[in-house]
Ligand binder design. Sequence first.
Ligand code: GDP
Ligand code: MG
Length: 313
Amino acid sequence: MTQDFDLNPTIPAAPADFRSGFVALIGRPNVGKSTLMNQLIGQKVAITSPVAQTTRNRLRGILSTDQAQIIFVDTPGIHKPHHELGKILVKNARSTVGAVDLVVFIVDGAVPLGKGDQFIADFLVKTEAKVILGVNKIDQRPDKRPEILASYQALATQNHWQLQEFSALAGDRLPELQDKLIQALDPGPYYYPPDLITDQPERFIMAELIREQILLHTRQEIPHSVAIAIEQVNEGEEITEVRAAINVERNSQKGIIIGKKGAMLKTIGTAARQQIQKLIAGKVYLELFVKVQPKWRQSRTRLAELGYRLEDN
Ligand code: GDP
Ligand code: MG
């Protein structure tokens, strides 16, 4: 019974030559930061992305291989008028850059180096961050590629940055980029369980708190065929609204969780809400609903949406 309440998935000991670290993705809007992160992780971080802009937390994506663990920090998008851009960039970038081991400065390889990029470059030089210049979108404008690349190559050489061209969308040259990233990191431990693809600590714990209440209240009837997806978190001034789906495999399990006239779901919801309120130290409105997802444990898409990483074979 005790394993049902284990809230700490195992973090393995890293081998001697293991490398790890936090890598910030920095760049102008639309250069492909989020696309790159999703591609490198290998799966879209589906449930977290729609609210990435609205939460305090930056969206993180975790890439684990046998040699390394990279935690990508995708900086939020900037949707402000141009004159505001500089201020906001600096504010976002400063806090992120100071907290990571490496920066991938991503530029749009379909156009030559511009003012916005130069602004970010100047900022990065001042912070003394370790930088790799990532020239994305090389699938576009193949005709202009040599001259465009030359403008970025000059910037990289001037600042002693490594440069890697790639196409995040087409998946071209991403292994080369990944190798460069790993080589640039220091030896280190696993920071997260290797099967986790996104680090949303609060959401992860919220989901576990809900699961815990289900296990607690339904006892043996609903064993391990339940998965919680935190679908939305809205942080308001007064109250945080949390919407979560309880995924089960069969209609009979749905019936048990909902209970007579919804009594069981209410009990679970009330208890979980109290736990989550402690977690975030604030008022919570918790909306729970039960979804029947037959064979969700066999569905790659569903597992990805639920935040699990899958191996290819
Ligand atoms: P972000 O604002 O930097 O996070 O940029 P996104 O990842 O949201 O990408 C912005 C747009 O650029 C999207 O429409 C992507 O599909 C597109 N994009 C990203 N990478 C590439 C690429 O390698 N090639 C092309 N052609 N488009 C890309
Ligand atoms: Mg983005």
